[in-house]
Each structure stands twice: as C-alpha cells, then as structure tokens.
Design a protein around this ligand. Sequence first.
Ligand code: GRF
Length: 223
Amino acid sequence: MKFDSSVPVPIAVFASGGGTNLQALLDHEQTSGLYKVTTVVSDRKEAGALRRASVANRNTLVISNQGRSQDEIGEEIIRHLSSWDIQVIALAGYLRLIPSIVVHAYPKRILNIHPALLPDFGGEGMYGDRVHQAVLNVGVEVTGATVHYVDEEYDTGAILAQWPVPVLPGDDIKAISARVLKIEHLLYPAVTDHVCRAIKEGIEPEPFIVPSVDLESISDDEK
Ligand code: GRF
C-alpha cells in the first residue's frame, strides 16, 4: 500500500450501531490533523453511524453478510478499502467478525474499542449492555475501556491502551455505560492519533500512556 506521509492517514470506521465513537473520531479529526475518516462501513443499512457519515460527507459502504462466505465478504471489503487507499480500520461497535483475509491484509492496522478492561468481559456475544451487566454481576470495583489490535477472534488481539473507570456503589447498567462511553470518546481519538503518528513516522507505536483526567472535569459536550 502506497501512502503519502505528508497528508492525514485515511482511515475507515466500521460500525453497526449509533456511532457515537465514530462521531468522536470525526469531531477530533480537525484538531488532530493526523488522520481523516474518509469512509464509514456498516453491515446494517439503518445504522445511525451511516447517517453521521452522510452528514459529515464521507464515503459510506454497506456490506451485506447474509448468505456469503467470509472470503467473499473480505474480498469486497479489501477491494473498496484499497480503492480509497485506507491505511487504518477502526472498529467502533461493529458486531461482525473481520474476515481473516482482511486481518492479514492490514497487519497491526485494525483497531477496536471495547467497553471493559480486556481480557475480562470480552469475547463473542459480549457487547453493549451485556458487558456492563457482567461487570455488575461479578461486582468488580473497576471497569474501563480498552483499545486493541484486531485478530481473527473477538476481543483477543494485542492491547494498545486501557483506561480504568470506577464502578460506584448504586451503579446500574445505564450509569456504568455512560461513564465508560465518556472515556471511550477521549481514548479512541487519542489512540488513533498515536497509531497514525507512528504510521507517518514509519515506526511501531510505543505503548500508549493514558492521560490523567478527572472524570468530573469532562464537559457534557465530550460525553
Ligand atoms: C461502544 O461501547 C464500543 O466500545 C463498543 O460498541 C459501542 C459502540 O457505541 N465496541 P457507539 O455506536 O460508538 O455509540
């Protein structure tokens, strides 16, 4: 893949749902200057993320998974992403497994954000409220958000960054999910910057150091 390192790194965001993490990446893009979300991919044509992409005037692509082999789906993804010169794929609430031919075509270039501290509370079927319910059931005092590289299984790739978030007495799913999501919206753009800076410099990213931020100091706009 040829890539001009003087321009922002073209990235594709894959999302199945509402796309608040996509929005955080879009919102941060101007300040960042390190990446540009040129394309949004979904497996669901009604995904809110696609509406956000259209409002922001980005390419959109709906990949139908019904009755197709993983290789067929993967070839379609690779064909489109190559035509847009995509260098990084950021999964943001994408509920499908990434076909292995795509994983191999983009080594250490596919990221995912997960709303808990992996390797705990991850794996197939662990998404959305199910993750936070499991956190409550076990009774841990700390949860968080994780950004990791994507491999051929759910939530098992090498971890790039983790941001802990407290579970407070009296928390329900809604409270935990809101507190974690607020952190996701800070973490994902920051780690995407970090990875794209390294790509521009032609180096492997160093471990990402999570900044020290008081949760209460984050404005509602950033939540
Ligand atoms: C986030 O909690 C993310 O960690 C997980 O899926 C959710 C997507 O939310 N992978 P949104 O669509 O970005 O609002």
